[in-house]
Design a protein around this ligand. Sequence first.
Ligand SMILES: [Zn+2]
Ligand SMILES: [Zn+2]
Length: 362
Amino acid sequence: MRIASAVFLWVTVLSAATSSSQTRDTLDIYVIDVEGGEATLFVAPSGESMLVDTGWPGFEGRDADRIVAAAQDAGVTRIDHLIVTHFHTDHMGGATQLADRLPIANYLDHGTTVDEGERPRAAFDRYVTLRRGATHRTMAPGDLVPIDGLDVRIIAADGAVLTSALPGAGRPNPHCEEFTLHGEDILSRYGDAEDQRSVSAFIGFGQFRSVIMGDLTWNKEEPLMCPDNKVGTVDLYLVSHHGSDTSGSDALVQALEPRVAVMNNGPRKGGGPLTFDSLTRVETLEDLWQNHYAVGVGEANRPASFIANLQDFAPPTTNDDEASVHLGQAYWTHIAARRDGSFTVTNSRNGFSRAYGPATGR
Ligand SMILES: [Zn+2]
Ligand SMILES: [Zn+2]
């Protein structure tokens, strides 16, 4: 009798778990705070998951723990697809610690690092050991990431960009006329050697459209977006390169016509004044959300409700140049997107949330 009721209970729990995963009808996106690195988790209605980047190494697995917390919130017990956009430590570094905590099935990246220093090579070698134990694919523009219910297409990888427009895109981009190369970058036409090789992706879910860029450089945005906009427009712009001023030209950001932008900046990393300024000029933009208060831009920061982590909200009393290290728990920005193109953004620190309807006039 006791065994029978235990079995009954187990069956009840199992069917409840199954029905909740079957009734998920949103694409859930977690912009995870990794203190100026990047980690963004996408979970399809099918439960299939894609993580883009793994944050920093060290800190006893701080960033891996934060990714696991988001995965648990989404009911995900493995990473089906890990995209490592490029081989900088703030994007690839947390992979080993994450793999200790969650199984990772498929590794997708741009192939081989071009950084030659001893430390970047050693970090890359550790990552290669990891991906050798799983399935690995080197991505190229136009490649699809097969996720049930989503349309995930690579738009840039290893320095190459789309050569033909995505379905429905390809109109002339009026913001190319004013395009100028960023900075006095005379050594490398396209900026930092690894950043410009970032794997960037378009993510579609029914009418909902988004892009994630990694650290793709400003100068590399030109061949992607000019003279024709090969990506089209988006509802959600996951702000490129932590909001650094060396990415995010008008040719990209204005042409995408985003309705909402979410910036994964750190207190002193990314979140540059040019980025705030250019996003302010995007007429279609209803809101910008930030993962951190950006110390360098003062009043350009959004109101606190829209900022997930506020540790440096007050001016620090210690040396202002020292990067602050925050350990332990942090807050994510969560987006629940629906097939009709509507979506809701929530700040996990305070539960503040805003709903955006389906796009009109496209
Ligand atoms: Zn970065
Ligand atoms: Zn980078």
